[in-house]
Design a protein around this ligand. Sequence first.
Ligand code: ZN
Length: 192
Amino acid sequence: MRLGSQADLRRRFRTGRPCLDLVHTGGAGAMARWEIVHDADDLGRLLGVILGLPPLPATVADLAAMRPLRAAFTRIAYDLAEGSLPPISIDPPRPADIATVNAAAAAPSLVPALRPDGGAMLVAPTTTAAFSTLARDAVDLFGGPLASRIRVCAAENCGLLLVDTSGPGRRRWCSMELCGNRAKIRAHRSRI
Ligand SMILES: [Zn+2]
């Protein structure tokens, strides 16, 4: 699949966890091939996509603040995903990454509110508040029972993360429609 195609973009934002969706926007080293946050406008737009909000106003300083937070999420999530496979040996996250996540989570987060016409929304959508909301999601995910259910998609050349919330805990693909189907077709062909 071509990186940057619509299908590729959509599957990055299907983890159900905003903190992991941010990981899927790129980073340094092996994550650089995923990079789609090139400037402040990209950041504001993608935060909106991840949090279900209109594009947020973002500055170059916000862009600089996002990178270490995203890198901390990335290291912790992939370490947990690796440790979730037997033999289970989850190393505690690095102290510097913990400090980065906790500092972001300590800021005021986006505020949830009921809509007058029913449903819920997030108010006070500043970028700093959005980072706090993402960091609190990370605290909940990485520090809670689902930490051992974080996986890397089993499809070749995918590499995206998923959270396996299924009862049996045997989910393997980031997206059944994309990676799961391709794997099924390959398995079918190899039996013919
Ligand atoms: Zn996948």
